[in-house]
Design a protein around this ligand. Structure first.
Ligand code: 6PG
Length: 467
């Protein structure tokens, strides 16, 4: 029987659409899913396609040409280990196993070591783009075995998104680096979504804009510096009505879910001692949103400010929000890429930041025009410390920081919670401060615990008898 070129395990939304994408590029695809019903349903829907169903893993693996290319699109966690152990007896040296889910990068490091010892190439590939991206071209961040990557490089290049004829995929680095970069991507996604949602709060609650006005504002913003996938879908969301003619956005419960990548990246920033305040605040904001019952009680007990009717010049303030949103985004990306730099050093990944910014430009959820600028800045300086101090981004920061301050101040005065905007300006001012207040922290530490401090006028460690 004719051997198939690629095998996909896991027929949930991402796995199914990736299988269709791979098939559309001319590959013969074997598929396997835990529930056989799902496999049958897919085959009956795609009878004319070169997708071949298998109902046991041995036959599935043996259906593939060598070296075998097996893409796992299953839920992160122990399910991955279970499937790897189930297919391992049938795999041979030189075969390639790809985990295309949102796995935790430390797990990927362990799996990489485990499979490498058995002569199997293991690739932990971050894949971004949701359902549409999986079908039409996602952004792919593969890390792990370099030799294994060369075996699947042309496949990944064929199925990924394109920008200026370039594929949005590049080998990221050793072991867990691909999934680490995807985790950073998701952190930035959380930050972007939170900043956009805070802008919505401002437009709705302070400027009293209705859904159509808000949609039009996002539509305008999408034509300029803020041009991005997330702004575009936001514009569409505010237009959408249900079958009763009501705007869907107004019926959606305000409790935001999360699957873990935002939490992991925030935890990792603490681990690596690199400030990631904006993304972490975005994760916390989702947690506060989930305290709906407590929020209802607190609303009855805790006062907000009393605001008299205001006479804002709407147009001016809308432009200020735009500027605050753009600078907030820049600060979020600056923090995300700084963490990436720290991780690259710690894990010896030798990450190519220019290439990472460049593949983020299409296919993925955070795709945005801003990434052209980020990519350019890394092209000019591969070792740059922080995006904020580059020529383009420092120029924008200097132009827009007053707007960010105004939006934060007005939100606070009006009792509107804007944690991401607040953390953006705090990081900005903290990062540019020559004299911080940490001298007092050092004095306090020395006072209560003799932890010693350094002086600005002498070398060495000092302790004071404070009492
Ligand atoms: C992507 C997304 C995707 C992620 C969802 C949901 O790049 O396609 O990042 O991988 O799973 O966005 O994530 P949360 O449930 O944590 O919001």
């Amino acid at each position: 029987m004719l051997k198939k070129q690629v095998g996909v395990i896991g027929m949930a939304v991402m796995g199914y659409n990736l299988a269709l994408n791979i098939e559309s590029k001319g590959y013969l695809v074997s598929i396997f899913n835990r529930s056989h019903e799902k496999t049958k349903e897919i085959i009956s829907k795609n009878q004319e396609k070169k997708i071949f169903p298998y109902f046991n893993l041995k036959e599935f693996i043996f259906s593939l040409e060598k070296p075998r290319k097996v893409l796992l699109m299953i839920q992160a966690g122990c399910a991955i280990d279970n499937v790897i152990n189930s297919i391992l007896p049938y795999l041979e040296k030189g075969d390639v196993v790809i985990d295309g889910g949102n796995s935790f990068y430390q797990d990927t490091i362990i799996r990489n070591r485990y499979l490498e010892k058995k002569g199997i190439y293991f690739i932990g590939a971050g894949i971004s783009g949701g359902e549409e991206g999986a079908l039409k071209g996602p952004c792919i961040m593969p890390g792990g075995s370099r030799k294994g990557y060369f075996i699947i490089e042309s496949l990944f290049k064929n199925i990924s998104a394109k920008i200026n004829n370039q594929s949005c995929v590049d080998y990221i680095g050793e072991n867990g680096s691909g999934h680490y970069v995807k985790m950073i991507h998701n952190g930035i996604e959380y930050g972007d979504m939170q900043l956009i949602s805070e802008s919505y709060s401002f437009l709705k609650n302070i400027l009293n804009c209705n859904n159509i006005e808000i949609s039009n504002i996002f539509s305008d913003w999408n034509k300029g510096e803020l041009n991005s996938y997330l702004i575009e879908i936001t514009k569409n969301i505010f237009n959408k009505k249900d079958n009763k003619g009501n705007y869907i956005i107004d019926s959606i419960l305000d409790e935001a879910s999360s699957k873990g990548t935002g939490k992991w990246v925030s935890q990792n920033s603490l681990e690596l001692e690199e400030p990631l305040s904006l993304i972490t605040e975005s994760v916390f904001a989702r947690y506060i949103s989930n305290m709906k019952n407590q929020r209802i009680i607190a609303n009855k007990k805790l006062n907000g400010p009393y605001i008299k009717k205001n006479n804002f010049v709407k147009k001016e303030l809308i432009e200020k929000i735009r500027q605050a949103l753009y600078l907030g985004k820049i600060i979020s990306y600056a923090q995300g890429f700084s963490l990436l730099r720290k991780a690259s050093e710690k894990y010896n990944w030798k990450l190519n930041f220019q290439s990472i910014a460049s593949i983020f430009r299409s296919g993925c959820i955070i795709r945005a025009s801003l990434l052209d600028k980020i990519s350019e800045e890394y092209e000019n300086n591969k070792n740059l410390l922080n995006l904020l101090i580059t020529p383009y981004f420092s120029k924008i920061s200097n132009l827009y920081h007053i707007s960010l301050r105004d939006i934060v101040s007005l939100s606070v005065i009006h009792g509107i919670s804007v944690p991401a905007f607040c953390s953006a300006i705090s990081y900005y001012d903290g990062y540019r401060s020559i004299n911080s207040n940490a001298n007092l922290i050092q004095a306090q530490r020395d006072y209560f615990g003799s932890h010693t401090y350094k002086r600005i006028d002498q070398i060495g460690s000092f302790h004071t008898q404070w009492v």
